[in-house]
Design a protein around this ligand. Structure first.
Ligand SMILES: Cc1cc2nc3c(=O)[nH]c(=O)nc-3n(C[C@H](O)[C@H](O)[C@H](O)COP(=O)(O)OP(=O)(O)OC[C@H]3O[C@@H](n4cnc5c(N)ncnc54)[C@H](O)[C@@H]3O)c2cc1C
Length: 170
């Protein structure tokens, strides 16, 4: 059974905790999905990159009304989507690679589940720790099941874009 000074569950904000202060700590990071968590992979950053493309399209469309010779000729969803994920995927991958390269850090790519006092099952293994940080994020929850609750990360990567929402600036 491997023992750690510190076990961090979740490599979203959890991954940002590791300052040089922890350089001589034996640390485990348990992450079942992509390094960077919600903000990097499906929240803050991709949403703003999508919104920026939408803003540029809208500004181009509104130009003539303001006396500016611009025109909106359409949007290439695949190009918009690929620009977003071609930028963020390498950041997630390099974050994980960096942690894997550090001698005092062990990365477990699986779901962590408490099975006893300071004992965490990770895949087939049980690890123990002096201290734990639970940075596992949160989930939306509803008594009504809805198709819109599917994984937003998958939705963002769809091959076709969302239906256009046309808004008019007064
Ligand atoms: C569309 C969208 C836009 C957003 N925009 C903004 C914004 O502009 N500004 C802002 O401040 N916030 C924004 N947020 C909110 C922000 O993304 C979250 O507040 C933040 O990511 C939460 O960080 P976290 O570390 O708590 O959780 P997460 O980033 O969700 O990280 C949790 C990690 O834990 C892992 N995990 C969970 N359970 C386990 C387990 N049992 N075992 C192993 N791993 C596990 C998950 O795979 C995940 O990687 C946005 C969110 C969304 C959805």
């Amino acid at each position: 059974m491997q023992h750690f000074d510190l076990v961090i569950i979740g490599a979203g904000s959890g991954n940002t905790l590791l300052t040089p202060f922890f350089d001589d700590w034996n640390v485990a990071i348990v992450e079942r999905d992509t390094f960077g968590g919600t903000c990097l992979n499906r929240g803050c950053i991709p949403s703003k990159m999508f919104v920026y493309a939408a803003d540029v399209a809208e500004i181009a469309r509104q130009g003539p009304r303001l006396g500016v010779s611009t025109r909106f000729d359409g949007a290439n969803w695949r190009a918009i989507r690929d620009r977003v994920f071609d930028r963020i995927d390498p950041i997630a991958a390099s974050g994980e690679k960096y942690r894997l390269s550090l001698p005092n850090i062990t990365v477990f790519k699986d779901t962590g589940r408490f099975v006893g006092h300071k004992q965490l099952a990770v895949g087939d293994e049980i690890i123990t720790g002096d201290q734990f940080v639970i940075a596992a994020g949160s989930r939306n929850w509803s008594t009504i099941s809805s198709p819109t609750q599917s994984n937003s990360r998958r939705r963002a990567r769809f091959a076709s874009g969302p239906s256009p929402i046309v808004r008019t600036i007064p």
